[in-house]
Design a protein around this ligand. Structure first.
Ligand SMILES: Cc1ncc(COP(=O)(O)O)c(C=O)c1O
Ligand SMILES: N[C@@H](CCOP(=O)(O)O)C(=O)O
Length: 462
């Protein structure tokens, strides 16, 4: 299995190299050269299997032998042993044909744990072979950061720097990032929004002297291994509801487009997904792009679903690469236009995207109303991101079962949930003392040179 860049000019890599590289050296994102297809029988055989077994079977074809089967099974087992639900990703029925896939039972209470816990294991195994030391720099709108710190904290050969937008994540999210006491994790509150943080991370990758000097690695969904690990739960949920014998739909609360891109990959592997629905909050650039054929940023607007407060959705580049017939030069040109504000999607590409994805948006009031109604009718609390998904899914439920991804635990966003229901969700026992822990955070400017100096200095100090 070989990995190629969406911009067409970076070296072609194997799985291990692509995982450790993060962003491609031409600024693009790595994708598999070909997507393996599963037969009807192979998909049917996944039904009822434990999550770990589905993970092994779905991901194995992408590894190109980088891990032996025994080694890979061991890494998967370790990755998911800390989850707080035996099913890992339980399905809960919402309506006659509507289900929630709960992806928040991992250690940091968001879907990011599914991939981050596993790439934590895979990267450590890869580093143990070479004896290398790496520096991870990541951008977060709240959840990736805490998941990354949890997966890598305390390791002697890894430093983790997480840039989060100052004042724009929930207090629980912030404390998850500022309270780990291990010296190898660094919480950096940037003066800017998530798009600024993500742009600075990409700038660091595009500065080769810096990148090679600190041996930079990425754990955002620019890293193909992150997306791959997220493909698994599409198979797990769909086969639990009758796939491949019947089709299912998925609605995905979307920001950086990594999670829904994983669903797209599952479909290309042969999983019968009849609708793949992008659900956005008021930062509705993706919904607008599909409706109007124009991808144009207009500034991130803070919302009550802050993890989705994103305009420049990194992984949309991977979808564009396929929509433009895998023409790397065309994608590179579009990304150049995006830096100046946006671009028109060509008619052919738009038809491909509209044939693949549906979309919808959910306003702030609608988000609150869904959380309130869900509580009234089920007695359960919903996180605002999942509520965005539920609202948009309801507009797309058809004959096939619709599965909405519940991407975070309500306790990560207690203010919004309390505003909607009057009930303040409590943190689970393993995080019960979060508000009593000391915080450690550095306020940083939105300035590449200053950030690089800080990273260099801290890496040298350790
Ligand atoms: C809780 C939550 N829901 C949804 C999303 C959007 O996922 P993606 O960025 O993969 O589109 C995020 C951020 O990634 C998130 O943290
Ligand atoms: N919503 C994310 C944003 C980063 O997304 P990623 O999937 O590219 O890591 C977050 O919570 O940080």
């Amino acid at each position: 299995m070989r990995y190629i860049s969406t911009r067409g000019t970076a070296p072609v890599l194997g799985f291990g190299e692509a995982m450790m590289t993060g962003l491609a050296r031409d600024g693009g994102l790595y994708v598999p050269e070909t997507v393996p297809e599963f037969s009807h029988a192979e998909i049917a055989a996944l039904a009822g299997a434990p999550y770990e077994e589905v993970a092994f079977k779905v991901m194995r074809p992408y590894l190109g032998g980088f891990f032996t089967d025994d080694e890979f099974r061991g890494l998967i087992a370790k990755a998911y042993e800390g989850f707080h639900h035996a099913a890992r990703a339980p399905l809960v029925q919402l309506g006659s044909n509507h289900f929630l896939l709960e992806l928040f039972h991992g250690p940091t209470l968001a879907f990011k744990d599914f991939a981050m816990q596993l790439i934590g294991q895979m990267m450590q195994a890869a580093l143990a072979r070479t004896g290398e030391r790496i520096t991870i720099v990541g951008a977060t709108s709240g959840d990736t950061g805490s998941a990354a710190m949890e997966a890598f904290r305390g390791l002697a050969n890894v430093d983790v720097f997480i840039l989060f937008p100052h004042g724009r994540v929930s207090e629980v999210q912030r404390r998850q990032m500022t309270t780990p006491s291990e010296a190898n994790v660094h919480a950096l509150a940037i003066d800017g929004d998530f798009d600024d943080a993500q742009a600075r991370v990409k700038d660091m990758f595009n500065d080769f002297a810096f990148r090679d000097g600190v041996r930079l690695a990425g754990v955002n969904s620019i890293n193909w291994a992150r997306v791959l690990a997220q493909v698994v739960y599409y198979f797990y949920a769909a086969t639990a509801l009758g796939a491949p014998h019947r089709a299912v739909g998925f609605t995905v609360p979307t920001g950086n487009f990594g999670d829904i891109f994983a669903g797209y990959i599952a479909r290309r592997m042969g999983l019968p997904i009849d609708r793949l629905v992008i659900a956005t909050n008021q930062n509705d650039i993706l919904d607008r792009a599909l409706r109007l054929g124009e991808y144009r940023t207009d500034g991130v607007r803070p919302s009550i679903s802050p993890s989705m407060d994103i305009q420049v959705s990194s992984n949309f580049e991977r979808a564009l690469f396929d929509a433009y017939g895998r023409d790397g030069a065309a994608v590179a040109a579009l990304m150049g236009e995006l830096k100046a504000g946006g671009f028109r999607i060509s008619q052919g590409a738009l038809e491909m995207l509209r044939g693949t994805f549906a979309s919808g948006r959910c306003s702030e009031d609608e988000t609150l109303a869904v959380i309130a109604r869900h509580y009234r009718t089920t007695g359960e609390l919903l996180c605002p991101h999942s509520a965005v998904g539920v609202k948009v899914a309801e507009e797309h439920v058809g004959l096939a079962p619709m599965i909405t991804l519940a991407t975070a635990h309500p306790a990560k966003f207690p203010d919004a949930v309390e505003r909607a229901t009057g009930v303040r969700p409590g943190l689970p026992p393993h995080m019960a003392d979060l508000f009593g822990r000391a915080e450690r955070v550095t306020r940083v400017p939105n300035d590449l040179g200053a950030l690089q100096a800080l990273v260099r200095e801290r890496v040298a100090r350790r």
